[in-house]
Design a protein around this ligand. Structure first.
Ligand SMILES: Nc1ncnc2c1ncn2[C@@H]1O[C@H](COP(=O)(O)OP(=O)(O)OP(=O)(O)O)[C@@H](O)[C@H]1O
Ligand SMILES: [Mg+2]
Length: 537
């Protein structure tokens, strides 16, 4: 058992009692030994809550012979409220009468109070070290000096602890921002990045819920969300008028971070789905993309504990990253869409030319051929005219064939009329080497059929021109929501996308539909051109 010291041994007793301890343990040993040294019923070391200086919380409290659980209390109405103003607060007797609102004093029937402040290196009031006793508590110089020395030691401990926490949170924040930035740089899908932002923010800022909200006119949609309570999920997908939101509304309209309190968060103005989350405090920051407010990132707590004043700035950093991800993704989307439009416009133009040739020039040539035949009949008696006419007729036939061939190259009517399988069969039929076919009979979206067709057409033309192959194969297979198109040959290999315009054009076409193209063509080992194209292009 630890024996209480004589007064002259007090400093030694406290030093011995706390020797070699730091942090939590130091505070606990300090209050225990202070209580013993002062023969007090209560000894405590408390810090002023940085986010709300009206409150203090025990770092450690020794009460009735043992450590009491840590708790937070309102300073008003307690003797502790006076500590910040002075270097010493001492009520040797009568504390009960003076502070009837102090629960602990009343409940324990305490009479004497003595406390000194904990001050930071800049003189800032951090908290206090004090003792309370049921019997009168007259301080002597010796005791006071000891108390002051250990208050200074406790202040240093507390500041160290706060610095460490700040440093740790800075490191965590940098790591979280870096993880999201890596996703942005890797051009991960937009939704994945948004979900990651929400996840990191919720973890880092220790909130109960976090969400990303998109603004469209005066409507707000929750596009991503995370809740720590499985039974109260964030209603992702919910769309409501901007007036139905609180902090988010202020952030969107004001263009800067905003806060909201329990009264507004619980008000009838809010959507019932959001009210159900029982949020007590919220902070939102706007996300600005290309000079326009795109939406907001919001976090909220379901507990009374207020969010620290740094929350706005920290949330703002994540809002900027989200903005970066969104603008990257939108730029990519726009690029893909414009490529798709160009390819589609080209296909339409080809179809129009094919139709014009078919309905115009081709029909006129057919009519001319008929006229020639009639002239031949009419001039049957003139052998020279018959000769000339039959020669002209032959040339006309060739022109017509050439024109048909040309029209087919521009856009095969069979593709529009009878679909991919028929069109590819026709291509294979004209190929210089035998082609093994594996084709689906179903019709697919026009753009998908056209892209698959041009891939096969270009690849088989290349086979004939360069491959010196003995055989080739074409396979078109549907797997789930994608179409796999593959053309192989057993020729010399060496296909190079940089060498001409054919393969490059295929790659553009396939990518315009968000598909992927692979070309494998090692020297001497044949060529494989393969594409995977989403069907819902
Ligand atoms: N199946 C193949 N076997 C061997 N070499 C090939 C094959 N396909 C393409 N190549 C080589 O790759 C090059 C690029 O092909 P690509 O189709 O892009 O252009 P191109 O056929 O030369 O010209 P374009 O298609 O614009 O008329 C070709 O010039 C050829 O040397
Ligand atoms: Mg080519």
């Amino acid at each position: 058992m630890t024996i209480a010291p004589q007064d002259k041994d007090l400093l030694w007793f406290l030093a011995e009692g706390t020797a070699g301890t730091v942090g939590e343990e130091f505070f606990q040993r300090l209050v225990e030994h202070t209580a013993l040294a002062f023969r007090a019923d209560v000894a405590f070391v408390a810090e002023i809550v940085p986010e709300d200086r009206e409150y203090a919380r025990f770092l450690a409290c020794w009460e009735g012979g043992r450590l009491a659980p840590s708790m937070e209390y309102c300073l008003e109405g307690t003797p502790c409220a006076e500590v910040s103003e002075s270097d010493l607060v001492s009520y040797p007797v009568g504390v009960r009468e003076r502070f009837p609102a102090d629960d602990m004093v009343i409940e324990m029937g305490l009479d004497g109070y003595l406390a000194v402040p904990l001050r930071g290196f800049d003189g800032n009031h951090l908290g206090h070290l004090g003792v309370l006793s049921k019997t009168p508590l007259y301080p002597d110089e010796e005791k006071l000096a000891a108390l002051r020395i250990f208050a200074a030691r406790a202040a240093a401990e507390l500041e160290g602890r706060r610095h460490e926490a700040r440093l740790r949170s800075l490191v965590d924040e940098q790591a979280a921002l870096r993880r999201v930035a890596t996703l942005v740089a890797a051009e991960a899908p937009q939704q994945e990045v948004l979900d990651a932002v929400v996840h990191e923010v919720a973890e880092l800022l220790r909130t109960d819920t976090a969400g990303l909200l998109r603004l469209d006119g005066d409507q707000v949609t929750i596009v991503s969300g995370k809740s720590s309570d499985e039974d109260a999920p964030v209603p992702v997908g919910l769309t409501a008028h901007i007036d139905r939101f609180s902090a988010t509304k202020d952030a969107l309209l004001g263009g800067r971070p905003a806060r909201s309190d329990a009264a507004r968060l619980g008000s009838d103005e809010r959507t019932p789905e959001l009210r159900r989350l029982a949020l007590q405090s919220a902070v939102a920051a706007p996300i600005t993309v290309a000079g326009r407010v795109w939406g907001a990132i919001a976090i909220a707590r379901t507990t009374q504990e207020p969010m620290p004043p740094t929350t706005e700035t920290r949330l703002g950093d994540f809002a900027e990253l989200a903005a970066q991800a969104i603008s990257n993704a939108e730029a990519r989307e726009q690029l893909a869409a414009s490529r798709a439009r160009i390819v589609q416009a080209g296909d339409q133009e080809r179809r129009r030319i094919e139709r014009n040739l078919h309905d115009g020039a081709q029909q006129r040539l057919v009519a001319l051929a008929l006229s020639l035949r009639m002239a031949q009949t009419a001039l049957a008696d003139d052998p020279r005219a018959t000769d000339l006419l039959s020669q002209a007729s032959g040339e006309l036939q060739l022109t017509l064939e050439e024109l048909r061939e040309l029209a087919r190259g521009i856009h095969p009517a069979v593709l529009s009329d009878r679909g991919l399988a028929a069109a590819v069969e026709a291509l294979a039929g004209r190929c210089a080497v035998p082609v093994d076919l594996d084709l689906p009979q179903e019709r697919l979206a026009e753009q998908v059929e056209a892209t698959a067709y041009y891939l096969v057409a270009e690849s088989l033309t290349n086979v004939a021109k360069y491959a010196q192959a003995t055989e080739a194969s074409v396979s078109v297979r549907r797997e789930g929501d994608r179409l796999h198109v593959e053309v192989r040959d057993d020729g010399v290999g060496g296909a190079d996308i940089e060498a001409g315009t054919g393969l490059r054009g295929l790659s553009d076409r396939v990518e315009a539909l968000h598909g992927t193209l692979r070309i494998e063509s090692p020297a001497g080992a044949g060529t494989r051109v393969a594409a995977s194209i989403p069907l819902a292009a």
